[in-house]
Design a protein around this ligand. Structure first.
Ligand code: HPA
Length: 270
């Protein structure tokens, strides 16, 4: 990535009409329905955007969408890039840099995650308050990173406190269960062993998944306020672990999704 490739992609999208967005939204696995609530003005496949990696996972449709939601201009990433697809962390987070260059002032992220905290049940939501990066590297680990922002990025409050408080009060008003906790990002794509689930609990994890943390690191690098919500799709009990069913995980994300959509829409309205 260079300043030139960033500029090239940004200009391309501006020419396509991706102008003056206020909010960026990243939709996770099984969580594509929010786009049905948007008055869509422009949409473009990732594969048609210069310098974009493109999504290879079949259940991510891989589109960038621009439109109006609750009266605000939004850009939605329908499908994201994962480390487990073979992309580098710089590639995974390139779209976040583009959204910021296009002008977004806030970033909302969703993901599907496994509940390590067994007080949390599948189908419920968790507000991410903090995270642990177990992906083995950083999207900021490259020579020219200081051309794009502070190399030694502060991570003392990676998830914006005002947005978190707003999300908590919206959830209360709408009778949505919204747990709070720590999200740990692993590489995947294999699910965890029982021993790994035990370790994740010991180190302070409430939910585990394979995304989000790189995007949040880059959002902090860009001083972009970020809010992230996990949709809990399975309960990771190492003492009663059943073989994983990925179709079930995706189906559960879809079932819980209306709550996440309600939350995001209210947040955008405010
Ligand atoms: N582990 C990792 N990623 C996940 C899980 C899990 O149990 N559930 C949904 N995404």
């Amino acid at each position: 990535m260079t300043l030139q490739t960033l500029q090239q992609t940004t200009s391309f999208l501006q020419e396509k009409g991706f102008l003056n967005p206020e909010i960026g939204i990243v939709l996770g696995t099984g969580l594509g329905q929010l786009v049905n609530h948007i008055l869509i003005e422009q949409e473009i496949n990732y594969s048609d955007i210069p310098n974009f990696p493109f999504s290879t996972v079949e259940f991510h449709s891989g589109k960038l969408i621009f439109g109006t939601l609750e009266g605000k201009k939004v850009i939605v990433m329908q499908g994201r890039f994962h480390l487990y697809e073979g992309y580098s962390l710089q590639e995974v987070t390139f779209p976040i840099r583009i959204l910021k260059a296009l002008g977004i002032q806030k970033l909302f992220i969703s993901n599907a995650a496994g509940a390590i905290n067994l007080n949390f049940k599948k189908g419920e939501l968790m507000l991410i308050e903090d995270h642990i990066n177990l992906q083995g590297s950083s999207p900021l680990a490259f020579a020219t990173v200081s051309d794009f922002g502070e190399r030694f990025t502060d991570m003392s409050e990676p998830y914006n406190l005002n947005l978190r408080n707003q999300a908590i009060s919206i959830a209360e008003k709408n009778n949505i269960i919204l747990h709070k906790g720590v999200y740990t990002a692993v590489v995947g794509p294999q699910l965890e062993t029982k021993a790994e689930y035990r370790m994740l609990k010991i180190i302070g994890t409430d939910a585990v998944g394979m995304s989000t943390v790189p995007e949040v690191i880059v959002a902090n690098h860009l001083q972009l306020p970020v809010l992230a919500i996990s949709v809990l799709t399975d309960e990771c009990n190492p003492n009663d672990l059943k073989p994983v069913n990925i179709a079930e995980i995706i189906a559960l994300a879809g079932q819980a999704e209306p709550k996440m959509i309600a939350l995001f829409k209210e947040l955008i309205k405010e």
